[in-house]
Design a binder for this molecule. Structure first.
Ligand SMILES: NC(=O)C1=CN([C@@H]2O[C@H](COP(=O)(O)OP(=O)(O)OC[C@H]3O[C@@H](n4cnc5c(N)ncnc54)[C@H](O)[C@@H]3O)[C@@H](O)[C@H]2O)C=CC1
Ligand SMILES: O=C(O)CCC(=O)C(=O)O
Length: 386
C-alpha cells in the first residue's frame, strides 16, 4: 500500500505504518492521502485512491461529495487538536483584554535605553486593560473545542453562555453544568462581552456572524474566530472595528481584509500548531487509514458512515461503497445467494446520500460475482479486503 502526504505530517504518526506501507511523492500512485490544510478541491483524484485522512478537524479543504462519488472515504480526527486550539483561544481572549502586544512592542522599542525601568512605570498606563473574570463569554458551537473553551473559561471566573442546536449527547455530558444553555443565537449576540465561534464551515454557517449579528452586539464586544475566516463577514467586522463598536477581532486566518487592521489581532493559523496536537492528529489519522485499508472498517469518516465488522475471521470480506438508495442490500444478498455463497456476517450503514456495506463470506467470491455487484446501479466501489 502506498500513501502520500500533502502537508507535513508528524513522524510519530507515520511511524505507525507497518511493513507493507510505502510513502510516495506521487498522488497518482497513492492508495491513501494524508492532509492538513492543503486545498484538494482542484486536485485530480486518482482512480486507485481509497481514502483521505485529514489530520485535523475542518474538512472544508476537501471535496467530500466528489470523493464519495468515487468511493473514496474521507476521515478526520475529531478532538485530536482541540486542546491546542482551546489554549490559543484563551490566549486570544487575554491578548484582546490586556495590551500585551502593545506593551511588548514598547519594551522592544526601548531596548538599550538606560532608564527603561523608570519609563515603563510612566508609560504602562497606555497598555492597561481589563480582566476576564466576571465577563460574559458566548460560545457558538459546543463540539470538541467549544466545550473545552467553555469549561476552562468557567474556571477563569467567566459567565459562560453556550449555543449549539446540534450538540451531541457525549458533548453535553462533558460540558460544565454552569454553562448557560442558549437556544437563540441572538441572545449570545445581545448578552456577551466576548463571542467565540467553533462551528464547521458549511453552506449553513458561512458568514454566520454578519452585519445583523454585529448590530445586536454590545459596544466594545470582542469577537474571536479560531474556526474559519469565512464564518464571519469580515468586511462588516472591519467596519465595526473602525467605528469602535467591536473592540478587538481575534482571528486565526490571515487574509487581505483583516491583516494589518487596527485592533484586529491576526494569527497565522496556529491553533493546532503544537507538537502535541500534531502528534495526536497524525496518530489518529494513520490508525483510521490502516483500519480502513486492512479491514475495511470505517471510523470517523465525514462522507461515509462509521461501519465496522472487527477482524475478519471468515474466508472472504467484501466492502461495497454505494449510494443510499432502496434495495441495494437486497440485490447484494441475492447475488451471493444465487452464487451459492453463504454470508457469515454483514453490516450496512448510511450517511446522507452514501452508504457502505461489509460482507464476511464463508467462501471466496469469484471475479464474476464481484463484477455482478459492480454492475448494480448505485454501486460506487467494490473492494476485496481479504
Ligand atoms: N484554528 C485551528 O487550527 C483549528 C480550527 N478548527 C476549526 O474549528 C471547527 C470546530 O472544531 P471542533 O470543535 O473540533 O469540531 P466539532 O465537530 O467537534 O464541533 C463543531 C460543533 O459545531 C456545532 N454546530 C454545527 N453547526 C452549528 C450551528 N449552525 N450553530 C451552532 N453550532 C453548530 C456542531 O453541533 C458541533 O457540536 C472545525 O470545523 C475547524 O473549522 C479546528 C481545529 C483547529
Ligand atoms: O492542520 C492544521 O494546522 C490546521 C488545523 C485546522 O484548522 C483544523 O483541524 O481544522
Amino acid at each position: 500500500m502506498k500513501y502520500t502526504c500533502l502537508n507535513p505530517i508528524a513522524s510519530v504518526g507515520l511511524d505507525q505504518f507497518t511493513e507493507g506501507y510505502e510513502k510516495t511523492e506521487k498522488m497518482e500512485d497513492a492508495d491513501a492521502v494524508l492532509v492538513r490544510s492543503a486545498a484538494m478541491h482542484d486536485l485530480e483524484l486518482p482512480d486507485g485512491l481509497y481514502a483521505v485522512a485529514r489530520a485535523g478537524a475542518g474538512v472544508n479543504n476537501i471535496p467530500l461529495d466528489k470523493c464519495a462519488e468515487k468511493g473514496i472515504v474521507v476521515f478526520n480526527t475529531p478532538g485530536a487538536n482541540a486542546n491546542g486550539v482551546k489554549e490559543l483561544v484563551i490566549a486570544g481572549m487575554l491578548l484582546a483584554s490586556r495590551d500585551i502586544i502593545g506593551g511588548v512592542e514598547w519594551a522592544k522599542s526601548e531596548a538599550g535605553s538606560e532608564d527603561i525601568a523608570k519609563k515603563a512605570e510612566k508609560e504602562k498606563k497606555k497598555f492597561a486593560g481589563c480582566e476576564l473574570m466576571g465577563k460574559k463569554l458566548g460560545i457558538i458551537g459546543l463540539g470538541a473545542i467549544g466545550i473545552q473553551v467553555a469549561n476552562v473559561a468557567e474556571c477563569l471566573g467567566m459567565d459562560v453562555y453556550g449555543y449549539d442546536p446540534y450538540i451531541s449527547v457525549d458533548a453535553a455530558w462533558k460540558l460544565s453544568k454552569g454553562v448557560k444553555h442558549i437556544k437563540d443565537v441572538d441572545d449570545i449576540y445581545r448578552t456577551c462581552d466576548y463571542i467565540t465561534i467553533h462551528v464547521p464551515l458549511l453552506d449553513s454557517t458561512r458568514k454566520m456572524i454578519n452585519q445583523d449579528a454585529i448590530d445586536l452586539m454590545k459596544e466594545n464586544v470582542v469577537i474571536l474566530n479560531f474556526a474559519r475566516d469565512m464564518l464571519v463577514d469580515e468586511e462588516a467586522v472591519v467596519k465595526a472595528l473602525k467605528e469602535g463598536k467591536v473592540k478587538k477581532y481575534v482571528c486565526d486566518f490571515p487574509n487581505t481584509t483583516t491583516a494589518g487592521v487596527e485592533n484586529a489581532i491576526i494569527i497565522p493559523h496556529l491553533g493546532a500548531s503544537t507538537a502535541e496536537s500534531e502528534d495526536n492528529c497524525a496518530k489518529m489519522a494513520v490508525q483510521e487509514l490502516m483500519e480502513y485499508l486492512e479491514k475495511g472498517n470505517i471510523i470517523n469518516s465525514v462522507n461515509y458512515p462509521n461501519c465496522s465488522l472487527g477482524e475478519c475471521t471468515h474466508a472472504n470480506r467484501i466492502a461495497i461503497n454505494h449510494r443510499n438508495v432502496k434495495n441495494m442490500l437486497g440485490q447484494f444478498t441475492d447475488i451471493f445467494a444465487t452464487s451459492d455463497i453463504n454470508i457469515a456476517n454483514m453490516v450496512n450503514k448510511s450517511k446522507g446520500d452514501y452508504a457502505y456495506s461489509l460482507f464476511d463470506l464463508d467462501s471466496v467470491a469469484s471475479e464474476e460475482v464481484l463484477d455482478k455487484i459492480r454492475a448494480v446501479e448505485g454501486v460506487l466501489r467494490v473492494r476485496v479486503i481479504k
